[in-house]
Design a protein around this ligand. Structure first.
Ligand SMILES: [Zn+2]
Length: 307
């Protein structure tokens, strides 16, 4: 059987919110089978749980925010991406403020945290949402067009194309294809950092965003070049970060997808619309488990052996 996974033990990290600039502590704890991933605001007089789901996403400006009533957690996508990449199904995320810490701006620190706590196989079959028919969302026209699509695929594959016209980006890859069955999430994707432009920072700060952002947790560019002294971590770090974000955004569905995702200039908003579109078409998906590991897509079956 291909099993659900949680952590062996709890693990903690302290950091700062990218947008809020607030100090925050997160504690990742094991959770029983079929719990899914549940954020718990432990700083409130009574703790409030926010289970992840496509419909819990309430704001997608610059980051993905989930909420229950008035209680929010911002910037969940990098932690969610690490959970997707390592196949963690069940987890409690206790958090002491309303934004997940940005740490180094990638998912690498979350991968390290999850791996150092250790992964535990649980006595329940891993449940996938299998896409049975193509689903697409599209916005804008001409030069402004953007789209995202899910198609049937026995595994999980993501293709992303960006279209940034900037001297520092033009020379790097503008498209990337990542397949869980042949690639390594921790090596190929997890280290890609978020990025921003100095000219946008003032505007973002005026809107109360990016208050915690800087060269320690983002690739920062002026009109001509990357300002970080160490340069890029991957030649195509920009588009790889878009794959990292998409994996996090799509994992907010609550279960791993069996699908091929492709996108052109998509972002948090369109990724969430894509999930909502999928859920609207009940005939376009079903939920499957694998009694026999050998019948499971290679990437997922191999995760168990990788540790
Ligand atoms: Zn991101």
């Amino acid at each position: 059987m291909l099993n659900q996974r949680t952590l062996k033990t709890l693990t903690r990290a302290v950091g700062m919110g990218l947008h809020s600039g607030q100090r925050v502590e997160i504690t990742l704890r094991p959770a029983p089978p079929d719990t899914g991933i549940v954020f718990r605001r432990v700083d409130l007089p009574e703790p409030v749980d926010i289970p992840v789901s496509a419909l819990a996403v309430t704001d997608t400006r610059m980051a993905s925010t989930i909420s229950t009533g008035n209680v929010k957690v911002h910037t969940v996508e990098h932690l969610m991406s690490a959970c997707a990449g390592l196949g963690v199904d069940n987890l409690y995320v206790d958090i002491t403020a309303e934004e997940v810490p940005i740490l180094d701006g990638s998912a690498a620190s979350f991968v390290f945290l999850l791996q150092s706590a250790g992964i535990e196989l649980q006595d329940a079959p891993k449940r996938f949402v299998r896409v049975l028919a193509p689903v697409e969302v599209r916005q804008g026209e001409g030069d402004n067009v953007k789209w995202a699509r899910l198609e049937p695929y026995h595994g999980y594959r993501l293709g992303f194309e960006i279209d940034f016209s900037h001297p520092a980006v033009d020379s790097t890859g503008q498209s990337v294809l990542f397949d869980m069955s042949t690639g390594s999430y921790s090596k190929d994707i997890a280290r890609a950092r978020t990025f921003g432009f100095t000219k946008d920072v003032e505007m973002m700060r005026a809107n109360g965003l990016a208050l915690g952002g800087g060269l320690d947790n983002a690739i920062v560019m002026d009109d001509y070049k990357v300002l970080n002294a160490g340069g890029l971590r991957y030649d195509d770090e920009f588009v790889k970060h878009k794959i990292l974000d998409a994996m996090g955004d799509l994992y907010l569905l609550g279960k791993p997808l069996l699908a091929s995702y492709s996108a052109f200039r998509s972002g948090h908003a369109l990724n969430n619309l894509l999930l909502r579109e999928l859920l609207k078409h009940r005939a376009a998906w079903d939920v499957v488990t694998f009694d026999d590991d050998k019948l499971a897509p290679a990437g997922f079956a191999q995760l168990a052996r990788a540790w």
